[in-house]
Design a protein around this ligand. Structure first.
Ligand code: UDP
Length: 407
């Protein structure tokens, strides 16, 4: 039987066990890497298990993610029907394994659609189950979420509570008293965010082979090679920016056919640029094998950037936006759900229609040309992240599910 892997096994019971689909890729893994140790430090016996699944499973769950971000189409019902069977079968074996290891006082927190299928068998085994969904859309006419809610009706009905990033992301079939809203959070002392001296930044970038001219102004985007993050769109902005501006795109080595396709598209767009423009585009592939080095590299790139771009076409929250804001950076982000929640335009960053290249380029230019404005937005950004999005707050939010208390 394929079972989940413990990233961190709780050492006492009752405990709160988080379950995610990946240990290192994406925002949930990033969040749990900070949250679980912070909960333990605060006296909550927290644990973290990661499901073990193949590419077909992950392709299906990425499809669920996309539905939660947008529209269903004529094939949605069929794809949900086909994909849900193996998805539920695999998660049932994982749930059985977890239920054997845990007791009825324990709380299991399932993260994102990839793990939602574990809810009914865990609930049947007598465990309390919370689903923390980090994705969603604020578009009222989006039909994707409704299709997921319809298809996963039994899973939703078996939950003790649902947590979402914004109230609009929650399935309305779950009674209001069981819906909670927790924004994500970042850890300022983590390698991803801790202060770095200029010398450290230079060293880290040089070790990664990232050679930026000393005087070059820099725009950077850090994200997965996912179509919705729109790295190709970020690249399309570059030829329209002043000739001294360099663009740094950072993402992990691709691990799926989709991420390989997006990276290939970026590479072929880059190959078609003039030689001079090509020399201003830097693709940095990070490796999950050394999480410390990867985090430091992201940190150094964000700190070296004059402006941080997050051009996502749809975004549940967008941790790279929070990370850049914490570092006092002026951010230009797609005017969609998550960034809209974090940025008050003109106060602590800038929002632009991510489907409008001209609007994004204008926003970048406005900030690149105005160091005073960048400083003001950056200072306000640090202040707002420090007030709203630090890990202590998320640990406190999770006290709503006091492991021996009421859900
Ligand atoms: N990230 C990283 N290296 C990369 C790309 C992304 O460490 O090459 C991190 C990034 O700093 C952020 C997280 O992965 O902490 C992605 O967060 P996001 O909210 O964009 O989540 P996703 O939609 O990717 O799950």
């Amino acid at each position: 039987m394929v079972t989940p892997n413990w990233v961190r096994r709780p050492n006492t019971s009752p405990s709160m066990v988080h379950v995610s689909a990946t240990a290192a890729t994406g925002g949930v893994a990033e969040l749990l890497a900070g949250l679980v140790p912070a909960q333990i430090a605060a006296g909550v016996p927290a644990g973290w298990a990661v499901i073990e699944a193949g590419e077909d499973f992950h392709d299906f769950t990425r499809y669920l993610d996309r539905l939660l971000h947008g529209r269903a189409d004529s094939l949605t019902s069929e794809r949900l029907g086909e994909g849900a069977k193996p998805y539920r079968e695999l998660l049932a074996t994982h749930a059985a394994w977890l239920a054997e290891q845990l007791g009825s006082e324990d709380v299991v927190v399932l993260h994102d659609p990839a793990t939602l299928g574990m809810a009914p068998p865990l609930a049947e085994a007598g465990l309390r189950v919370v689903w923390h969904c980090h994705l969603g859309t604020t578009e009222e006419e989006a039909s994707g979420p409704a299709a997921v809610w319809h298809h996963f009706h039994d899973e939703l009905a078996s939950l003790d509570a649902v947590v979402t990033t914004l109230p609009e992301y929650a399935p309305q079939s779950v009674p209001a008293a069981r819906r909670h809203v927790f924004a994500p959070a970042v850890d300022p002392s983590a390698p991803k965010n801790r202060p770095l001296s200029s010398r450290e930044i230079e060293t880290v970038l040089a070790e990664a082979g990232l050679a930026l001219p000393a005087q070059a102004r820099t725009v950077a985007q850090v994200s997965r090679w996912d179509a919705l993050k729109d790295m190709p769109g970020a690249l399309r902005c570059l030829p329209k920016l002043p000739a001294d501006v360099h663009l740094v795109l950072v993402g992990d080595h691709p691990d799926s056919s989709e991420s390989r396709a997006v990276l290939d598209e970026v590479r072929s767009l880059r190959a078609r640029l003039s030689e001079q423009d090509r020399s201003r585009v830097h693709l940095v592939l990070t490796s999950q094998e050394d999480p410390q080095a990867r985090a430091l590299l992201v940190n150094a790139v964000q700190r070296r950037a004059d402006v941080v771009l997050h051009k996502s076409l749809a975004e549940g929250f967008g941790l790279p936006v929070t990370e850049a804001m914490l570092k006092g950076k002026a951010v230009v982000a797609g005017d969609v759900g998550g960034p809209r929640q974090q940025i008050s335009p003109g106060h602590n960053g800038v929002l632009a229609d991510p489907r409008n290249t001209t609007a994004v380029v204008e926003a970048l230019e406005m900030l690149l040309e105005d160091p005073m404005l960048r400083r003001r937005l950056g200072n306000n950004a640090t202040e707002s992240v420090s007030r709203r999005y630090l890990m202590d707050r998320l640990v406190a939010d999770y006290h709503a599910f006091g492991i021996s208390g009421q859900l």
